[in-house]
Design a protein around this ligand. Structure first.
Ligand SMILES: *[C@@H]1O[C@H](CO)[C@@H](O)[C@H](O)[C@H]1NC(C)=O
Ligand SMILES: *[C@@H]1O[C@H](CO)[C@@H](O)[C@H](O)[C@H]1NC(C)=O
Ligand SMILES: *[C@@H]1O[C@H](CO)[C@@H](O)[C@H](O)[C@H]1NC(C)=O
Ligand SMILES: *[C@@H]1O[C@H](CO)[C@@H](O)[C@H](O)[C@H]1NC(C)=O
Ligand SMILES: *[C@@H]1O[C@H](CO)[C@@H](O)[C@H](O)[C@H]1NC(C)=O
Length: 437
């Protein structure tokens, strides 16, 4: 039907045809597309035409991706929701035209080779959500200078190497929620000068380096809710001049003197914030830090002026005071964190080490669930899936400046038609859903 129609049309146009389309797939042209979705394929089907620009293989049971499966003419490649366990490192080598690669929701993938994405200089969106990843190799995103959307949510990431994202100077959305991150270091986000949204909710973050957000001058949206933060210094947030939306709820905030600098910052901040529910000390439990008054902080010494703290941090010396250093392994009952070698200069935090006499986790989790009642955050906007997040509405919090009118799709579309519409959208940046013939 579709294909024969197109074939006829192309023949009419006098084009030389070596029309081939893999069995059980649908192919059409302008742009050349092969759609093999939802057909229980166990491997990438043979016979994908070499000139295919768009390849849709989502919702199958493909196990492996190997060099030669696709041609380097590919512009858009969707293989989400399969069962990929292995990607040969050279599979995408030479794919200089590739703009969108969706490998999301392949839960058994677990690891990637360092050079898997090297050379993808046009890549604009990379989807790696829900892939069972517990770590990322060094330099995995090296050279991806056009990348704007990076979806890493709902993996098992515990740690991000310094400078993991350093080449991503065009990145605007970084989704890291639903992982197991516990520490943000000085150079974790270095280089992300175009970043607009950083989603870090639903991790276990307890430690934020003083300089962690230093390069994020264009950040408008920062989600830190549902983490393990006891404190966060206002200085840390002062490095974010573009910030408009901040969510801090559902952390075990301690509203004693430690909270003074955050309280002061919140007073100055003109953007929108969530509640900041106190979970300590006892007489503050259940209160919102934002509602407290100066008198609620009696006997607190004034917070350190910014100039002084900046001067200290900017002059990074080669040594770290051992007493401030966390050491190789932090033990707590039933849980250890292996700390990767830290660099000199990682000596200041926006957080202070908590008293870790007890295992983190259980108490707090239960505790925070109880305190969860008042939620303005019952609907975290980005927790589900990842597909379409950059075009889907972001209900409460963000708005799109000079961008497409938000669409309501949350789940991946099924059906060629929808797939087409979306791919067209992402290619043309158009706001209208163009229908393919
Ligand atoms: C996916 O792959 C894993 C690992 O090979 C296997 O254990 C699992 O059964 C597969 N799942 C499906 C639905 O094929
Ligand atoms: C990426 O950034 C460069 C400059 O850093 C800019 O020229 C280019 O247009 C950007 N690409 C996209 C897709 O925004
Ligand atoms: C907080 O995040 C954890 C995962 O880190 C999740 O299991 C839990 O349901 C979340 N709690 C809320 C209230 O969203
Ligand atoms: C850093 O501090 C050292 C010793 O106090 C000083 O000699 C050096 O000039 C400082 N460097 C900078 C860049 O301020
Ligand atoms: C920074 O945080 C880590 C982890 O909580 C801690 O071990 C370290 O001592 C802190 N450093 C400073 C200067 O507070």
């Amino acid at each position: 039907m579709i294909s024969s129609g197109l074939e006829f049309l192309l023949v009419l146009c006098g084009l030389e045809l070596s029309w081939s389309c893999p069995r059980h797939c649908i192919c059409y042209s302008a742009p050349t597309t092969v759609s093999c979705q939802a057909h229980n394929f166990l491997s990438v089907p043979e016979g994908i035409p070499l000139d295919s620009e768009r390849i849709f293989l989502q919702n199958n049971k493909i196990h492996r991706l190997l060099r030669g499966h696709f041609s380097s003419n590919t512009v858009t490649l969707w293989i989400y929701s399969n069962n990929i366990t292995y990607i040969e490192p050279t599979t995408f080598h030479g794919f200089t035209l590739l703009e969108e690669l969706d490998l999301g929701d392949n839960r058994h993938l677990r690891s990637l080779a360092e050079d898997t994405f090297h050379g993808l200089s046009r890549l604009n969106a990379l989807h790696l959500y829900r892939c069972g990843l517990s770590s990322l190799p060094n330099n995995i995103f090296q050279g991806l200078r056009n990348l704007q959307y990076l979806y890493l949510q709902d993996n098992h990431l515990k740690f991000l190497q310094d400078d993991t994202f350093v080449d991503l100077r065009n990145l605007s959305h970084l989704f890291l929620h639903g992982n197991r991150l516990w520490s943000l270091n000085q150079n974790t986000f270095r280089g992300l000068r175009a970043l607009d949204r950083l989603l870090l909710h639903q991790n276990q973050i307890e430690s934020v380096d003083h300089q962690a957000f230093h390069d994020l001058k264009r950040l408008t949206t920062l989600y830190l809710f549902n983490n393990s933060l006891i404190q966060l210094s206002g200085d840390c947030l002062d490095t974010l001049p573009g910030l408009e939306y901040l969510r801090l709820n559902d952390n075990p905030w301690s509203c004693d003197c430690k909270a003074l600098s955050l309280w002061e910052w919140l007073k100055r901040f003109r953007g929108s914030t969530s509640s900041v529910g106190c979970q300590a000390p006892v007489d503050m439990i259940g209160k919102d830090l934002k509602e407290l008054r100066k008198e609620d902080f009696p006997n607190c010494s004034p917070t350190v002026p910014n100039s002084e703290s900046r001067a200290q941090t900017n002059n990074v010396s080669g040594t770290v005071n051992p007493s401030l250093h966390r050491g190789g392994v932090v033990g707590s009952v039933g849980q250890t964190h292996v700390v990767h070698p830290s660099r000199p200069g990682r000596s200041r935090n926006c957080t202070k080490p908590r008293n870790r006499g007890k295992g983190k986790g259980d108490n707090e989790v239960h505790h925070s669930k109880e305190v969860m009642a008042d939620k303005e955050d019952s609907s975290p906007d980005f927790t589900d899936g990842g597909k379409h997040d950059h075009t889907s509405p972001d209900g409460t919090v963000t708005r799109r400046k000079q961008k497409c009118i938000p669409r309501t799709t949350v789940r991946p579309p099924s059906g060629v038609q929808q797939a087409n519409n979306r791919a067209t959208l992402s290619q043309t940046q158009s706001c209208r859903a163009n229908k393919e013939p």
